[in-house]
Design a protein around this ligand. Sequence first.
Ligand code: NAP
Length: 344
Amino acid sequence: MSLNMQKEIHLANRPEGMPTNNDFRFVESEVPSPNDKQVLVRTLYLSVDPYMRGRMQDVKSYIAPFELDKVIVGGVVAEVVESKSESFKQGDVVVGTLNWAEYSVADENTIRKIDPKVAPVTTHLGILGMPGLTAYFGLLDIGKPQEGETVVVSGAAGAVGSVVGQIAKLKGARVVGIAGSDKKIDYLKNELGFDAAVNYKKESFADDLAEALPNGVDVYYDNVGGEVTDAVFTHLNRNARIPLCGAISSYNAAGKDVGPRIQSAMIKTSALMKGFTIGDYSSRFPEAAVDLGKWLQQGKLKYEETIVEGFERIPEAFLGLFKGKNLGKQLVKVADPKYADINR
Ligand SMILES: NC(=O)c1ccc[n+]([C@@H]2O[C@H](COP(=O)([O-])OP(=O)(O)OC[C@H]3O[C@@H](n4cnc5c(N)ncnc54)[C@H](OP(=O)(O)O)[C@@H]3O)[C@@H](O)[C@H]2O)c1
């Protein structure tokens, strides 16, 4: 491959059911050139996120679908290679929604400079980035946990769930996590300090959950939907709050997802369920950034990252989300920096 060529990944098909490697196409293209008020950036770390599965379908949603045979976009940390913007210089580290490509050209107002001295650059795709903000607002604005209440979080050992549980602990709640392996259960209880954690893949899940919830559920932060959520619903307390963050269990469902009717459970408990997307809170990101940054610096929040190395492994990392391969935030390391100093 000549020096001014690069690799990028296109959406080759709209998957039915679980996506496969065949739904992604590796394409060689010319490294683009920036125009006025643009920068050329080189991808260092790339985020794979469950919501991207939704963008692979051509359906009406809160965000436009990916176009077939066009490059996929997602969260990226990159270094500036060439700048035609007064706001950026070569060697700056930036975060933004950029191409699944080795290089991207970005308009100056679509990327944000990050300071590698304050926190590792990868945290801007995880605990200090979109997943951390999602945890913060869904829990505090909708869940409103009170001291002594029981907060249950599903997808608990992932990017969002692990932050939800820790913030709930900071607010004085009793926290119960639900996740899909014994390693994750151990992590939640022994590393993150959850009060209890339950493996939903065990046959004894319903009994284990009941045992973990002697006082019922006041807040259920739902990342997964499906049968896990059905089980939690049988434990709702009066005036329970349910932030509906994600439903990963149904993202690959080929047909319509059908489950128990929840109206009766909600009426009997006067429960409140509210869906949200993180974009709803964009005007309030700064307040969350201050709190998350402070708690991280004070050692009150911990985080884990699962990082696979190599541009070729991006589809594998994405597909792994649906098999529970990640502990904490799943990232792909694409390259070491050439111009930026990220180890200061
Ligand atoms: N509303 C918003 O704005 C917003 C923003 C960000 C994320 N989200 C949603 O929040 C959820 C978590 O996102 P994340 O980035 O933190 O992902 P993540 O939890 O880091 O990774 C996905 C995890 O989901 C679990 N999972 C996969 N298939 C499952 C199934 N069939 N049933 C139950 N659990 C399953 C796996 O863990 P196990 O090993 O435990 O199965 C996997 O590790 C997703 O549903 C995502 O779409 C919503």
